[in-house]
Design a protein around this ligand. Structure first.
Ligand SMILES: Cc1cc2nc3c(=O)[nH]c(=O)nc-3n(C[C@H](O)[C@H](O)[C@H](O)COP(=O)(O)OP(=O)(O)OC[C@H]3O[C@@H](n4cnc5c(N)ncnc54)[C@H](O)[C@@H]3O)c2cc1C
Length: 372
């Protein structure tokens, strides 16, 4: 596939407000930096080919090629992607009393175990300052707990991933939303064909995500309603709740109708086809009706090995996935995929031809089957 450079990245992604600010293009060169939820280009660059373009999850993503590389098969458009097992899970006895988790604590438990047992050397996580999401490279299980809970604004997490690679870390664990996981998948394919390339990841743990909020819009919205320094946790319980819950010091809880919050979702999220981080080793989301549990999708052998060890060592408890939950998850993820692909097709940015650049590529018959 043809790789372009920062000029095309600015034209296709940044200028068109398609950038989600995932951080994949940051700290690769002196030019792109994260700044309060946006990507800033400090100086122009005249290279016609760059990692910034090659890693971007909003530019020429070839789902067909990624599926072949990671799963050895064509991209079939399954709403939940390719997987080995789906379970429900929560932090085990070794983790239970330790942290304030978003839901069951599956993510923090798996990352803690992976660090402790040396499956990964470090983990790239997302901490926060006030409501600003702050990427962080951690190396000790105690630090994992400092980064727990969801920050519902889009985060430049991958800027820290790029920094970790530059600092010489290998076997890196990374926790990200589907767009971030897609960028990591592209990094792992060595698109620049570097000699002696080694996959820098030891574990890719993906979160489920329907959308993330624009940081600047959310900051303006929330500071007029609550003292940001008092926020302890933000939660969006699964349907039918239709609220965002903001927990503040002293245990107070404010409820904001989700309709008001949805106005702060950037347009680019509406083009995202992936609800469950389809190119992760393990994907984790909330479980409807059981706030103490997560949905756990195991996609790869290394994901399975780490989950098995986490269960054995008392870091994780798993149960069977109830059939009704699975059906609903599949329906919701399928809807997201279809909505996004219809929109991308109507905008003329999927499977383009005649040298025109595309947002996404997939087999035409798969596209047709998804949007039928
Ligand atoms: C923007 C966003 C939208 C989400 N939407 C959905 C959804 O629609 N449906 C659903 O089922 N689940 C969704 N989730 C996932 C859910 O909120 C939980 O993260 C997941 O269930 C794991 O729970 P846990 O208790 O294991 O997490 P914890 O053990 O508390 O760990 C949470 C982890 O998330 C990471 N993290 C936090 N914020 C971000 C961020 N902005 N970007 C990248 N990483 C981050 C942290 O590094 C931490 O490691 C969303 C998460 C985010 C961040």
């Amino acid at each position: 596939m043809k790789i372009y450079g920062s000029k095309e990245l600015v034209e296709d992604v940044i200028s068109r407000d398609m950038c989600i600010g995932c951080g994949a293009c940051n700290f690769l060169c002196p030019y792109f930096r994260p700044y309060r939820g946006k990507v800033a280009m400090l100086f122009p660059c005249d290279l016609d080919k760059g990692r910034c373009w090659a890693y971007c999850p909003k530019a020429e993503v070839d789902l067909e090629e990624l599926s072949k590389i990671f799963y050895g098969k064509a991209y079939e458009g399954d709403p939940l992607g390719s997987y080995e097992e789906i379970r429900i899970s929560r932090a085990g006895p070794r983790m239970m009393a330790k942290g304030d988790f978003q839901a069951g604590g599956t993510v923090s438990s798996i990352v803690s175990l992976a660090l402790k047992k040396g499956y990964i050397s470090s983990a790239v996580l997302t901490d926060r300052k006030g409501i600003l999401p702050v990427p962080r490279i951690v190396t000790r299980p105690e630090e994992v707990l400092e980064c727990s809970t969801s920050k519902y604004t889009a985060a430049p997490t991958l800027s820290a991933f790029n920094q970790a690679v530059k600092d010489g870390y290998r076997n890196i664990g990374v926790v990200g939303t589907p767009c971030q996981v897609l960028a990591v998948a592209q990094m792992r394919t060595n698109p620049m064909e570097d000699e002696g390339f080694e996959d820098p990841t030891g574990l890719v743990l993906g979160l489920f995500c329907t959308w993330a909020l624009d940081y600047r819009a959310f900051e303006e919205f929330i500071t007029s309603r609550v003292d940001v320094s008092s926020i302890r946790k933000v939660d969006i319980p699964p349907p039918p709740a239709e609220i965002m819950e903001v927990y503040t010091d002293g245990g107070a809880k404010m409820e904001i109708p989700l309709d008001e919050v949805r106005k702060l979702v950037p347009e680019t999220c509406t083009y995202c086809t992936d609800m469950t981080s389809e190119f992760a080793d393990i994907s984790v989301g909330v479980l409807e009706g059981r706030p103490d549990m997560n949905t756990l999708i195991i996609r790869t052998q290394r994901g399975k090995d780490i989950v098995d060890e986490a269960i054995k060592e008392g870091y994780l408890v798993v149960e069977e996935m109830p059939k009704k939950n699975l059906e609903h998850l599949r329906w919701a993820a399928g809807n997201k995929k279809k909505r996004a692909l219809v929109k991308a097709r109507d905008a003329g940015i999927v499977n383009t031809s005649d040298g025109k650049r595309s947002l996404l590529r997939l087999a035409p018959k798969t596209l047709e089957a998804i949007i039928a």
